[in-house]
Design a protein around this ligand. Structure first.
Ligand SMILES: [Fe+2]
Ligand SMILES: [Fe+2]
Length: 309
């Protein structure tokens, strides 16, 4: 086993084309989303920024790439298809893991598999299938082993009303997550949970946050994890989930496609997460790389050292 495993984390790309808006897909939520897109975020989230970040990421040859949702905007068939083409160019499903965001499970979608078409990137590997809590009916949470890391993919995305981007993990997934975290706790692997929404109470408003955040917090603080990575807020953040004998870092990341500052959100970035065990304790180094105002390329933005317990 190599002494360190490097996971690249990128999120909230919002890069798919808004094409194929036929009456079949019309509803209030999608129409408002389309108007909103043209009014604001169309100029912010740019595919060329994603390309520049991914080129930089490749130079570091990460062991795995975690994509925590919002590849799409309003959940049209052409968006899922474009996102799948992008994923296939990024790497094969053994190299890339995805969890959906609220823009990927957005509103009713007829006659198309939607996010299910990305399933090869959202399924357990052989190691994950052998665990006592294999993925549930909807395929989550799934587990993949990468070096000394057990990646746990949780789906927090649900269809919502207009103006609501909240998420929910749900009882069935939470019960499985509890069993998985407990079993993986004695595996000798670092448990890295991927989820789209910020998981703790108070991290987002009721319309935007996790509806069952208290239950998620209870599972994390009871069963532990070495790191949780999430997107959704388009901002970098670090909070800790503390309870009993555990202390879990919860790391949020800015959008991976922001070409301009919008509502105070940072420019595009990704993180390189280096996971290593030092004298029996997990040591997690997070190197942020991205764009700066007035800069001409991707540079190191910041560096964090996390010691979960
Ligand atoms: Fe987003
Ligand atoms: Fe989101």
């Amino acid at each position: 086993m190599p002494d360190a495993t490097v996971i690249a984390h990128i999120s909230d790309l919002h890069m798919t084309p808004l094409a194929g808006f036929t009456p079949r897909h019309w509803n209030v939520k999608r129409t408002l989303g389309l108007l909103n897109w043209h009014r604001g975020r169309k100029a912010v989230h740019r595919r060329e920024i994603v390309d520049v970040l991914v080129d930089d990421m490749r130079a570091f040859a990460p062991d795995h790439i975690a994509v925590t949702g919002d590849l799409c905007n309003i959940g049209l068939p052409a968006e899922y298809e474009a996102a799948l083409v992008w994923l296939e160019a990024l790497g094969d499903p053994g190299l890339v893991s995805v969890v959906p965001g609220n823009h990927d499970i957005y509103t009713r979608l007829r006659s198309h598999g939607g996010v299910e078409t990305w399933r090869p990137y959202m399924r357990a590997d052989e190691f994950g299938e052998t665990l006592a809590a294999p993925p549930g009916r909807r395929g989550f949470p799934y587990v993949r082993r990468v070096g000394n890391v057990a990646l746990v993919g949780v789906n927090s995305a649900i269809e919502t009303r207009p103006f609501v981007s909240a998420g929910r993990v749900g009882e069935e997934q939470l019960a499985r997550l509890a069993t998985l975290l407990e079993n993986l706790g004695s595996s000798g692997l670092a448990r890295v949970v991927m989820i789209h929404h910020p998981p703790l109470p108070g991290q987002a408003s009721a319309n935007r946050g996790m509806a069952d955040a208290h239950a998620v917090e209870a599972v994390l603080s009871r069963h532990g994890a070495e790191l949780v990575v999430h997107g959704h807020m388009h901002r970098d953040s670090l909070v800790w989930c503390e309870g009993g004998h555990v202390r879990v870092p919860i790391l949020g990341i800015a959008s991976g496609s922001a070409a301009h500052r919008h509502k105070g959100e940072p420019l595009g970035r990704y993180n390189l997460i280096r996971v290593r065990k030092d004298e029996g304790a997990w040591n997690i180094e997070v190197i942020g790389r991205g764009l700066t105002a007035g800069g001409t390329g991707v540079v190191e933005l910041d560096r964090l050292h996390l010691t979960p317990c």
